[in-house]
Design a protein around this ligand. Structure first.
Ligand code: PLP
Length: 285
């Protein structure tokens, strides 16, 4: 396959593409992004990802100029240009503009930018449970906007990697928020539990799908404040994201967690895999 880069209408091989020095994403991280995947040129869950992308734009007052249809067409062009029938990760971001550095918003004649990358999707080995660390959540209070400001997430991910782990479980004191680049859900006594949606966590699409699947399967769900004590005592600790889909964790800070309701976890995971296969033909797991 070819890895593709796109910037404001120009498309080429990813490692040959360049962006202008005055893109506000570079010096302010002043932009938003979203991520999904495609298989055999079919885009996954675009409606959900577009809803979140335009909502992120609205919350940051970025007047993104393309309609949903126009944006989807640009993304589709990039996916097709990758020339693969396999799975690809689609990343796109919009910054407020390409204009001289100035903290205040530029004149509206400076239009928001669009950057797209298409890279290979590497499916996880779902038979290996994830290892996690805990990490105090020091992010600002707009985590519900998918902004480019990800420094605390980057540092937390690095600490997890250094500990030989796949994710960092973020918490504010005893309150669970999410992971550095995934959501965290629990199974306890047959109930799927996740932190309530507020400004402290991203409205994750994979999490939304898991809640929908649970409801379809008749599994009770709860969205509410969740403590770290509950994470330690959960029957299953579930890490989910668009690219990871859904995986169970078996250790947290080197101590055992979860892995006590394998049947229900596998039922939810299989239903998610089936959903992906039904929508775009990609067979996971
Ligand atoms: C901080 C954070 N939380 C949760 C998620 C999972 O979101 P989604 O399921 O939409 O991929 C991500 C994914 O990038 C993330 O960065």
């Amino acid at each position: 396959m070819k890895e593709i880069g796109y910037y404001n209408g120009e498309m080429g091989l990813l490692n040959e593409m360049k962006i202008p020095m005055q893109d506000r994403a570079l010096y302010f991280g002043d932009g938003v992004y979203d991520v999904t995947f495609a298989y055999n040129h079919h885009l996954f869950a675009m409606n959900d990802h577009l809803d979140r992308f335009y909502n992120s734009c609205r919350m940051l007052e970025i007047d993104f100029p393309l309609t949903r249809e126009e944006l989807t067409a640009e993304i589709q062009k990039c996916v097709d240009a990758a020339e693969t029938d396999g799975a690809v990760v689609i990343y796109w971001q919009s910054s407020r503009s390409n204009s001289k550095r100035n903290h205040v918003y530029p004149d509206p004649s400076n239009q928001p930018t669009l950057l797209i990358t298409i890279t290979e999707a590497k499916p996880m080995d779902y038979s290996i449970p994830m290892k996690l660390i805990t990490w105090e959540d020091t992010r600002f209070y707009h985590c519900n906007i998918k902004t480019l400001n990800l420094i605390p997430n980057v540092v937390a991910s690095q600490r997890a990697k250094e500990a030989g782990c796949g994710e960092a479980v973020l918490h504010r004191g005893n309150q669970l928020t999410e992971c550095a680049h995934s959501s965290l859900l629990l199974l306890k006594d047959g109930v799927l539990i996740g932190p309530r949606l507020n400004e402290l966590i991203l409205p994750s699409i994979s999490r939304k799908h898991l809640f929908e699947i649970a409801e379809q399967l008749g599994v009770p769900t709860e969205m509410r404040d969740v403590t770290m004590d509950e994470v330690w005592n959960a029957d299953e600790v579930i890490v989910c994201s668009t690219t990871k889909v859904t995986a169970a964790a078996d250790t947290l800070d080197g101590k055992p967690v979860g892995m006590k309701d394998r049947d229900l976890f596998h039922k939810l995971q299989k239903a998610y895999f089936d959903r992906v296969e039904k929508e775009i033909g990609w067979k996971l797991g």
